[in-house]
Design a protein around this ligand. Sequence first.
Ligand code: GLY
Length: 419
Amino acid sequence: MTFSRRDFVKTSVIGSVAAGIGATSVFPHASAESGQQGHASQKETSKRPVILCANNGLAYVEAAYAALKGGADTLDAAIQVVKGPENDPNDDSVGLGGLPNEEGVVELDSCCMHGPTRRAGAVGGVRNIKNVSMVAKAVMQHTGHVMLVGEGAERFAVDMGFPRENLLTDRSRKIWMLWKQFNSDRDWWGPGIADPHWEPPAPDKKPQGELWRDRIQQLQQQAASLGIEPEYQLAAVRRILFPPTGTIHCSALNDKGEISGITTTSGLAFKLPGRVGDSPIIGAGCYTDQDVGSAGATGSGEENIKVAGAHTIVENMRHGMSPQAAGMDALKRIVRNYNGDMNKLRFMDMTYYVLRKDGAYAAVSLWEGYSAGHPHKFAVHDGTLRSETATPLLQGYSQEWPPFPPIPEELKKDSEYLK
Ligand code: GLY
């Protein structure tokens, strides 16, 4: 390995001092608290039915919407959407092919709420079962509990007829190997000193742009030597440099005003075994109240748990806030938890999806996205299927953890996967 974890620690200190941050601290939507502000992602129309979900559900919404119009249950329609990415081995944020924990094991989380019957179900840290959204629903329907975790949840799923299968696809396994190699300067993973391409750690004298170029090039070469397909190598590199939190949320509202929500995820890539984020936590990853509406989240799970995001949003709407104002308030609580310190806030991000019982909806995000031209998007169907852009609280782009120095903008322009 030519670039060690120690090198990153050193350069990140230098870089954060030298480069400052790529984000500003203004609140462009501060007036949203009034609930009066109009925006593309804030719709006050009262169309029903409505399906609202994270953008990775887009391809599955049309069929679920047809089912909803045909009388399908709202939770079943929402699950129909999220099952798409769960079953897709090429979506590495959820279900089959989700990125694994640090030991190479895929662990999935999910929770759901069924508005009409005011029930909830959840599972956390489930291995070997891909459709955890359906397992969460089964917990709700077939037990007197709300949440099962780990081995017990897996055994319950098998008892309910869900097949055990290996969730680690070959590609996700290779990305995990790449992550291990990249982070390895204190163990025996990765090419050793005998490898013809091995070089001692480079001195930190190069400009950040060059260091980033080297890092990306080395990772891409390693991705190639691990057999990751050429068209996927840069995406794999991005996942190593910025482990994603994955996740899909979907809320569905029918023409009778019944509403339900579901969130499912493989969680933070390369997490500690046993870590669960916000997705299986009722009130954080998802919350639905038949009297008010439904909300869900994707993004930095640890931050969302601390503000009980989905529950906060539904309560805000109960007290009269619009969907957008309700979501903005939850984001501001995250900002408040760090006293507005942008040096910390830039390493986290959060998107909330908010659907009110009358069909009004919004999606809001902490940052605009992770780079210019790639805003946070969401999918909505209220008779017309489309993707819209979430309204950001903060101007600028998040940087994901771990805290490397910011990638220079000119390099982002050159490198397709960083755009
Ligand atoms: N929001 C997904 C997670 O943090 O696991």
